[in-house]
Design a binder for this molecule. Structure first.
Ligand code: C2E
Ligand code: CA
Ligand code: CA
Ligand code: CA
Length: 380
């Protein structure tokens, strides 16, 4: 999927063919290679000696060191492997084996890139828990189990609120409050984030419009947008309808996009972001410092605001100011507004002010708040 977005449609299929070809050419006949689904392959390895599995894995690792040459592009790929060992030589239940291999593969992917995992029964519990969460997430929208909380963004110098960030919450009928850190990744992998994200945008715009009509002094609302929503190609339409339906001035809305999304930015993505910004909606790069984007990339992106990730603000507690100082310098050179995330202590706030960063978000000022509590916060 990412390949197609980065290089244009058709590359994904070409790459898949090239990978299949290399696998088939490289393994001896007694190892059976088949295409399983999407980007997954199944290898059946007869093992006469205990080491044959490990040998196969080692060999697999060397297989993708060489790049793939596709038309005018040179592409590198990485592979994750899940292994199930089975001692039955005949009459084995292939479907059950594949399912177990899948559990192991999912575990390998959880471990990081280019990892390998062996099947154990515990992994089935992971898989079924995950499937259950997926099912419940599908119903959560219909059952109106989501709500938004709003975290104030503060100008530390003027002691004023400059905006709020909308953060989603899931009130599950049995599990209680489920953290977005738990369900957003699942929503992204299943594509449910497209619908959920549309709901967030619609709800946040509606709320912003209400604040305006009630004369509440909230200058803007920031909404988190997942890369999946942008890649799906429906964000522009979703955004238009949220703004239109609520008669909201686009300049009162900001979209936050995490830095790690920009690692494989494609021209189509840039076009989408550029046209969003041309409508007057502000764009911010979230979790900055965690995604390894290069200066030359940042420079090309249509951005208004940079949010320094909490992990760097944490370092300020240890008088470790060099990186934050460098990020602030870069943001200023690129003419971006800066917001520090996760400010928890007066010491961090002081250090940020000294370095020329005056906007912050964090528990020092306020946690994310439900509507009534936010109203109280603003009256203070
Ligand atoms: P994020 O966008 O980086 O949001 C900031 C997170 O840091 C929030 O966690 C917030 O509650 C927490 N936080 C704020 N100040 C402090 C502080 O001083 N100390 C500490 N320890 N934490 C602080 P939350 O609400 O649990 O959200 C986690 C992540 O889930 C968000 O990270 C964002 O990536 C994602 N998320 C939340 N709502 C949405 C949404 O509507 N759409 C999408 N796509 N992602 C969302
Ligand atoms: Ca955010
Ligand atoms: Ca963030
Ligand atoms: Ca974060």
């Amino acid at each position: 999927k990412n390949i197609n977005h980065s290089f244009g449609y058709g590359y994904g299929d070409l790459l898949l063919q090239a990978v299949a070809q290399r696998l088939l050419e490289s393994f001896p006949e007694e190892i059976l290679v088949t295409h399983l689904a999407a980007d997954e392959f199944l290898l059946l390895v007869p093992f006469t000696e205990k080491e044959s599995i490990q040998k196969t894995l080692d060999f697999l690792r060397t297989l993708f060191v060489r790049p793939f040459q596709l038309r005018d592009r040179r592409l590198y790929i990485t592979a994750s492997s899940g292994v199930i060992e089975d001692a039955t030589y005949t009459d084995f239940d292939l479907e059950a084996l594949i399912q177990k291999a899948h559990s192991a593969l999912n575990q390998a992917k959880r471990l990081g890139s280019q990892q390998c995992a062996f099947y154990t029964p515990v992994l089935d519990q992971h898989t079924s828990a995950r499937l259950q969460l997926e099912g419940e997430l599908r119903e959560a929208l219909d059952n109106e189990e989501f709500f938004l909380v709003y975290q104030p963004q503060i100008d530390m110098r003027l002691q004023q609120i400059t905006g709020v960030e909308a953060l989603i919450r899931w009130q599950h009928p049995k599990r209680g409050l489920v953290s977005p850190a738990q369900f957003i990744p699942v929503a992204q992998e299943t594509g449910l984030i497209i619908e959920i994200g549309a709901w967030v945008l619609q709800t946040a715009c509606h709320q912003m419009r209400q604040w305006q009509q009630q004369g509440v002094a909230i200058p803007k609302v920031a909404v988190n947008v997942s890369g999946v929503q942008i890649e799906a190609g429906t964000l522009l339409a979703t955004l238009d309808s949220a703004l239109q339906q609520n008669q909201l001035d686009p300049s009162l809305l900001e979209l936050e996009i995490s830095e790690d999304f920009f690692i494989h930015q494609a021209d189509t993505v840039l076009q989408t972001l550029t046209s969003i910004r041309e409508q007057g909606v502000k764009l911010s790069i979230d979790d900055f410092g965690t995604g390894y984007s290069s200066l030359s990339q940042i420079h090309r992106l249509p951005l208004d605001i940079l949010k320094i990730d909490k992990s760097f603000i944490d370092q300020l507690a240890h008088q470790d100011t060099a990186i934050v100082q460098a990020i602030i310098g870069m943001a200023k050179a690129l003419d971006l507004e800066i917001i520090a995330e996760g400010v928890e202590t007066a010491q961090q706030a002081g250090a940020l002010l000294d370095m020329g960063c005056s906007q912050a978000q964090g528990y020092l000022y306020s946690p994310p708040l439900p509507l009534e509590a936010l109203a109280d916060f603003i009256k203070q």
